[in-house]
Structure formats: structure tokens, C-alpha cells
Design a protein around this ligand. Structure first.
Ligand code: CUA
Length: 665
């Protein structure tokens, strides 16, 4: 109850928000764990965790994978940011993954994730992630834990309301955070012409059922509000999407004040089946845009990037029965749909209650045209006509809600630093537990699907303060694990995360672990520069370009002596890992290379581009400890001056004959 008392000390909601949550910090935080917590999170050495937890990395641009309940870090998947550890964004093969209409963008801000679903349940095939800065959506393949595809989103900026999927993964949506002038309009306009020139946009990205391949099916042109978060309907509400909107004031400066004027903003309900009908009926307008579509091929071990130039746009002002606004108090953030699909929970950041909307009532209100008017041409449903009820005095600063599948919801409260469990039917509060500090998102395994697995809730906190040993001005980001199997939520573990976590997903390990690719079959490798055995290795010069076909196997490279590289050459090291067993990667690095290493999985080929900057001797070596003789896995390449007559020679295991090597001193 300590945090309840601290509400009183913080005089009023707005003051608390302006001061930050630290001023509302519960005291004696370290004493909140009960005696049996350790046994609940203990996973013995050699034993596996029960769940995978995919945690967004925020401004690190990647996604990290933890095992739960131990919170052991299993992997960091590079998605939108280069990762020298894995050569992602440094190898020639992976560079096209980060191509955009702006060129190569080596970073982004990854906020939300959604696991693919079949019939509203997690199917373990893919996880989607959004880039918040240069708007993109990525698909990660969960057989390889590799980023398989990235698609850029035109007519958007700040792809926050993304990526949220429909119950059979028909679509991934991406709602723009910033409204902007459309890409084909002149964007060189006065900023204060916002209300006239700035438009919102929601993209529906179709996902191929068999391959996962993404394509922008259509976009909705919307009023110039800011879309924040969303979730698809499910069950009875399948066919609809719900988006929280803020800045319905359409302010373009000092939004913290100017976008908090109205008592209610909106949740936008979107009838996407109707939008599909309009698309089929030819009601969409083709607009010229520019966006990148990048695909990684696991057979060529290479990515390709294409620039696409068209998108189909449906105008929601003209096509009046696609979108409806539902008033929602004030500045809604999370927008979550319960497992039955009947209840839609809006979390107004500045509201002192949680409104719960009824899908059935919404449908009746729309049928009866029970509107209070329109907003920028979109009908606005009467609040009371869509409202199921309000959770009264739940806490301060509600942000996000997940569901336990037993009729309850759990909501995070940023300002009062707590999670609150409440019953969806009677809207009564059942339990509350303090968090440390200021939780943003939360995650129950399957908590946004039809079938939650309510053993744990993981809470991702925005403020760390005193939870860990200090590490200078920048502290570890902080997550907390609660056991929710009983009536009372019990804090059982703190764990630091990589990057700033936003939304996360979790799923029973068995849904994913048995599908894991262990290595790539060499005979299926169709990389244009593969060497399928040491007999195929070679060094080929074509003018200034030199291609080195090189192999790695425990514990040598072939070739490991190379001469005849000259200044001005552009050298491509195509390294094929010949191993055909699990857990035997090799690495490749060369002195002075202005890039990272390569990390090559068994059966894979990866390429490092190298431009020597002066004549001399350059050692190269394997970076991944692969055997007892890993340290011996090394070689030399000789660089001669431009125009010298050093012959192009390469070998392994024997010295190159001096008589053939014209340049030998
Ligand atoms: Cu190969 Cu170390």
C-alpha cells in the first residue's frame, strides 16, 4: 500500500507527470520479494527455460531473446541496427537489409513486436518488429532467428503504431506516429499549415501464408492525428482494428501542452474487411512513392533490396464506412483487445480511469448512426454508446494492458509505478503490486492472443534508479518478472535488458525450439561465390577487382597464403564455412579492415569487402573459438604497390615456389 500513500504526497496527476515518476517512488523497494522467489526462477544448469521472451531493444535497434523464468539472455537478434558481433550490416550479403529510400540506414528505434498467429494463437513461425524512426517493419524467421525481410513504409514518419497482426497473420499494420504531407505532395510547406497539409496514414502489409513474404496491400489516408498503438480485433471482432490516437488538436508545436487540451482523444476503429472490399472494387488511388523492400535468401545467403514506387491509397474521408472514432479520455496510449474480442481497453495517459469499450455496443451504435458528429469527415460514435464501463480509480498514468485468459486484465501505471489486476466483467480491482520504477509495456505469454498462458507477467520499466549496481550515468534497463499463477501477483525477479525495452512477446518454448535450423546444407548453398570444398577455392582477378574464394574448417583457412594483391584493388573475401555440424561457426577478420568481422555459420558463405590502404603484410584470422587449435587458424595476404609485377598466387600447406613468385625479395 506504500505506493497508494505516495499518490497523496504527489499533489495531482499533471504535477506528478511533469516531475517524473521518481517523485512518486515507493519506499523500501528492496523488501518486496518474498522467500520462495529464488526457487521459482531457478533453472538448473543444463535445463531449459519454459518460455522464450522476445524483448524489443528500443533505441538499440535490435531484439533480444531471454529464457523465462531464469531471464538468461540467449541471443541478440540484429534487426534494424548493424551488429559487429555478427557482421550484420557489415558483410556484403547483409548490407542490403538496411537499405531504404534514404540509402543505407544503420540504426533504428525498435519498439514493438508481434508473434505470428494462426486462429488467434501463436504459431511460432515469425516475429514482426517495427522501426520507429525511418518507418519500417521487419520479419524475423524463428527457425533461424535471423531477420528475413524488411519493408519500408511510405507516407509515414515515426512508425509507432506497429507492427500488430490479425488473428491469422493476414496483415501486419503500421500506423504513422507523425502526420506528414504525403510523399507525392510538396512537403516544402509552412509547418503551421499542419491542419491543411498534414495527413495520417495506416498501412496494411499482407503476409504470404506459406512464405511470410510481406507486401503493402493498401494504405488508409486518415486525418492528421498521431497514431500511437493498436491491436486487431479477434473472434467476434476479427475484421476490425483499433488504434489509439493523440494530438486530435492537430498541434504542431509544444505537444505536451497543445496536444493535451481536449478532454477526450480517440480510439479509431477500422473495418479492414470493408477496406479490402473497396480495394477490390477499385476505389483505391495509385500514388507514386519510394520505399525499399529487402529480402534475405537462406539459399544464396544474401539479401536483395528493391525500391518500389507505387502504393494503393484508400481515402477514409470519401469511403465513410471504413473508420469510426470513439472518444477516449485523454491522450490514449495502449489499445488492447481481450481474448474474446468483445472488450477494447483504452489507456489514457492522463486519465484517472480506464475506459473499456464493448464491440457489440460499438456495432449497434454504428448501425444506429449514434454519432455525435464527425471529425475531419470521420463519424464520431457517442462515448456512452460504445462504452462497456470504466475501471474507477485504478492508479495513475495507465499505459498498457495484457490479459490472463481467466477473465482478468493487468494494466501498467507509469506514474504510480505499479501493475494493477482487474476483472474485465465487473471492472473491479483485484490486486495491485508496486514496480520499480514507472512501467511502460508488460507482457504475458500470449497475452494479446485468444489463448494467454498466464503463468507470468513481465513488466518493462522505464526508470531504473537504484535497482542494480551503478554503472555511471547510464544504468541498466530494467525488467521485472511476476508470478501471476495465484490470486496475488508476486514479484520474483529483476533482470536487466539490452536496449530500452518497449513491447515484448513470450511463448512456450516448445512452440519454437523444435523447429530450429542447426546448420545450412552445403549442397543447398547457391551463393554465387561459394566454395563447396577446398578444391574449389581460388583467387580471381578482373581488373581492379579481386575475388577470393576461401573456405574455413577446423582449424585452417584455404588458401591461407595469398600474394599479388596490389594497391588500388578492391578485394572481396568470400568465406564459406565447410562445417556440417551444429555450433561450429567460424569468424573472419583482417588487419586494418574498415568494417567488422564476418561470422559464418556452418554451410554459409559471407563476404567481407577490403580495400588495402598501403603495401605490406596483412594477417587474417578466425575470430570464433572453434577448436583447440583455433589460435592457429590464421593466414597472411601480401599487398604490393600499384603497378608491381607480383604474381597472383595462393596456397595452403605449402610454400609458394619462389621462382614463380616474381616479386619475391
Ligand atoms: Cu575457426 Cu576459430
Amino acid at each position: 500500500m506504500k505506493n497508494i500513500r505516495s499518490f497523496v504526497i504527489c499533489s495531482g496527476l499533471v504535477t506528478a507527470i511533469l516531475l517524473g515518476a521518481g517523485s512518486c517512488k515507493p519506499k523500501n523497494a528492496g523488501n518486496a520479494v518474498s522467500g520462495d522467489a529464488a526457487s521459482k526462477v531457478y533453472v538448473a544448469p543444463g535445463k531449459y527455460d519454459e518460455f522464450y521472451n522476445f524483448v524489443s531493444g528500443g533505441f538499440s535497434g535490435q531484439m533480444s531473446v531471454y529464457g523465462l523464468p531464469s531471464a538468461r539472455l540467449l541471443r541478440v537478434i540484429p534487426v534494424f541496427s548493424v551488429d559487429p558481433e555478427k557482421g550484420y550490416g557489415y558483410s556484403e550479403e547483409s548490407k542490403p537489409m538496411l537499405n531504404t529510400s534514404h540509402g543505407f540506414v544503420p540504426w533504428d528505434d525498435l519498439h514493438h513486436e508481434d508473434l505470428s498467429q494462426t486462429n488467434g494463437e501463436i504459431d511460432g513461425r515469425w516475429i514482426f518488429a517495427n522501426a520507429n524512426n525511418t518507418p519500417r517493419v521487419a520479419r524475423v524467421d524463428l527457425t533461424t532467428f535471423h531477420t528475413a525481410e524488411i519493408i519500408e513504409i511510405p507516407n509515414s514518419a515515426g512508425n509507432h503504431s506497429s507492427p500488430f497482426i490479425t488473428e491469422n497473420t493476414e496483415y501486419v499494420v503500421a500506423g504513422t506516429r507523425f502526420s506528414v504531407p504525403p510523399d507525392n505532395a510538396d512537403g516544402d510547406v509552412a509547418i503551421n499549415s499542419y491542419k491543411k497539409n498534414f495527413k495520417g496514414s495506416i498501412s496494411f502489409i499482407s503476409v504470404d501464408k506459406a512464405t511470410g513474404s510481406m507486401a503493402i496491400a493498401f494504405q488508409l489516408r486518415c486525418p492528421g492525428v498521431n497514431f500511437d498503438l493498436s491491436h486487431a480485433g479477434k473472434g467476434k471482432s476479427n475484421g476490425w482494428f483499433f488504434f489509439s490516437c493523440y494530438n486530435t488538436e492537430q498541434a504542431n508545436t509544444l505537444l505536451e501542452v497543445n496536444a493535451s487540451q481536449r478532454d477526450k482523444d480517440f480510439i479509431m476503429a477500422v473495418n479492414w474487411k470493408k477496406a479490402e472490399e473497396y480495394l477490390k472494387a477499385g476505389k483505391a488511388v495509385k500514388e507514386s512513392v519510394k520505399y525499399a523492400h529487402n529480402v534475405y535468401n537462406e539459399k544464396t545467403h544474401s539479401a536483395t533490396s528493391e525500391i518500389r514506387t507505387e502504393v494503393m491509397v484508400l481515402d477514409t474521408k470519401e469511403l465513410k464506412d471504413i473508420c469510426y472514432f470513439i472518444p477516449c479520455p485523454k491522450s490514449p496510449h495502449g489499445c488492447d483487445v481481450d481474448p474474446t474480442g468483445e472488450y477494447i481497453v483504452g489507456s489514457g495517459k492522463l486519465a484517472a480511469l480506464i475506459p473499456v469499450f464493448s464491440f457489440d455496443k460499438l456495432m449497434k451504435a454504428i448501425a444506429a448512426k449514434d454519432f455525435i458528429g464527425d471529425y475531419d469527415g470521420i463519424p464520431v460514435v457517442k462515448y456512452e454508446s460504445a462504452l462497456y464501463g470504466e475501471v474507477k480509480k485504478p492508479g495513475l498514468g495507465p499505459l498498457h494492458t495484457e490479459f490472463d485468459g481467466k477473465g482478468n486484465a493487468i494494466t501498467t501505471f507509469f506514474v504510480s509505478s505499479e501493475i494493477v489486476k482487474w476483472n474485465i466483467k465487473d471492472l473491479k480491482i483485484l490486486d495491485r503490486a508496486p514496480t520499480y520504477y514507472s512501467p511502460g509495456h508488460l507482457c504475458i505469454p500470449g497475452g494479446d492472443t485468444k489463448k494467454p498462458n498466464a503463468k507470468y507477467v513481465i513488466v518493462y520499466n522505464k526508470i531504473t534508479k537504484d535497482r542494480y549496481l551503478p554503472t555511471g550515468p547510464e544504468l541498466a534497463q530494467s525488467a521485472q518478472l511476476f508470478d501471476i499463477s495465484g490470486d496475488k501477483m508476486q514479484l520474483i525477479l529483476d533482470f536487466p535488458t539490452i536496449g530500452e525495452p518497449h513491447y515484448a512477446q513470450a511463448v512456450a518454448a516448445d512452440v519454437i525450439r523444435n523447429n530450429s535450423v542447426k546448420f545450412y546444407k552445403l549442397e543447398e548453398n547457391t551463393h554465387p561465390f561459394v566454395s563447396k570444398g577446398e578444391g574449389e577455392t581460388k583467387v580471381v582477378r578482373k581488373d581492379k577487382r579481386v575475388d577470393i574464394y576461401i573456405t574455413a574448417i577446423r582449424s585452417h583457412f584455404a588458401p591461407d597464403n595469398i600474394e599479388g594483391i596490389k594497391m588500388g584493388d578492391e578485394v572481396y573475401w568470400h568465406v564459406t564455412n565447410l562445417e556440417q555440424d551444429w555450433d561450429v561457426p567460424h569468424g573472419f577478420a583482417i588487419k586494418g579492415a574498415l568494417t567488422a568481422e564476418l561470422l559464418i555459420m556452418p554451410g554459409e558463405t559471407q563476404t567481407l569487402k577490403w580495400t588495402p590502404e598501403k603495401p605490406g603484410m596483412y594477417p587474417f584470422y578466425c575470430t570464433d573459438f572453434c577448436s583447440a587449435l583455433h589460435q592457429e587458424m590464421q593466414g597472411y595476404v601480401r599487398v604490393s604497390p600499384m603497378g608491381s609485377n607480383t604474381a597472383l598466387l595462393f596456397s595452403t600447406g605449402k610454400n609458394m615456389p619462389p621462382k614463380d613468385s616474381i616479386g619475391t625479395k
